[in-house]
Design a protein around this ligand. Structure first.
Ligand code: ADP
Ligand code: MG
Length: 250
């Protein structure tokens, strides 16, 4: 059987006595698209933050490609191939889509130092530009490369967030509520994008819009009150009595 690319073993994270993530053991496999659902405040985003290195667990381990990365900084994890969507705050409105992509790449990418030098000397860096254009093309927004992000709609900016993460050529892509606040049209577009990139690397999606999530994932898990309560085949997970109880009560 394939080895997981990313996994956790018994991770615990608490905030002032509140246990947000409680003993979660989880595996992500190469090429697999996995969903995480659970009520608000269940600990899903905190769990992502443990995977990306934004938080360190008080107990347990995070393993990536067989290597213990529990204490590794988030920027080092990005270089190794663990990318998450960037928040809108990290997009510079005065810059074009392509410039934002290139900046994200030089800030967070594997080849940081050499490309940073090129970028700030304003030397035309064709290879970098080409790679960023390709990432935009995957999302079907290459024609928007030269427009300023300030002129983009909210839906387009959310797409750009995914493009920024893709420009880092990740091995594992983590998407925290990619559909939040989007219209049905935008959700359909982003679903199409995820379907297009699916299988090329591992993707983990936290999402509340369960029916949309079900259309995308190979496997599903549910986190409730910090604990992973159910995981496996999406159809089976969704029918599990413990899962309905955590949403609707017993
Ligand atoms: P979810 O993403 O499932 O909605 P979160 O992981 O954001 O849940 O939060 C889980 C719990 O941890 C919540 O009770 C939340 O209030 C708490 N929490 C999250 N981040 C912090 C923090 N930085 N400081 C204190 N409490 C936090
Ligand atoms: Mg959250």
């Amino acid at each position: 059987m394939a080895q997981p690319i990313l996994s956790t073993a018994g991770v615990i994270k608490s905030f002032d006595g509140l246990v947000a993530v409680n003993d979660i053991t989880y595996e992500v496999f190469p090429g697999q698209t996995s969903g995480i659902m659970g009520p608000n405040g269940a600990g899903k985003s905190t769990f992502f933050n443990l995977l990306t290195g934004y938080y360190r667990p008080q107990k347990g381990r995070v393993i990536y490609q067989g290597r213990d990365i529990t204490h590794m900084h988030s920027h080092e994890r990005v270089i190794l191939g663990i990318a998450r969507t960037f928040q809108l705050v990290s997009v510079f409105d005065s810059m074009t889509v392509l410039e934002n992509m290139m900046l994200a790449r030089v800030r967070y990418g594997r080849d940081y130092s050499s490309k940073l030098r090129f970028f700030f000397k304003n030397v035309h860096h064709r290879e970098l530009e080409e790679e960023c254009l390709q990432a935009l093309d995957v999302l079907g927004i290459a024609e928007k490369a030269k427009i300023k992000t300030s002129d983009m709609s909210y839906g387009e900016k959310r797409e750009l967030e995914i493009a920024l993460a893709l420009s880092l050529q990740p091995q594992v892509l983590l998407l925290d509520e990619p559909f939040a606040g989007l219209s049905l049209v935008d959700i359909a577009h982003i679903s199409k994008v995820i379907n297009r990139i699916k299988g090329q690397f591992a993707i983990v999606i936290i999402e509340h819009k369960i029916s949309k999530l079900m259309d995308l994932v190979d496997t599903l898990c549910v986190i409730n009150e910090g604990r992973l309560i159910c995981q496996g085949d999406p159809q089976q997970v969704i029918c599990d009595p413990e899962v309905s109880a955590c949403y609707w009560g017993k």
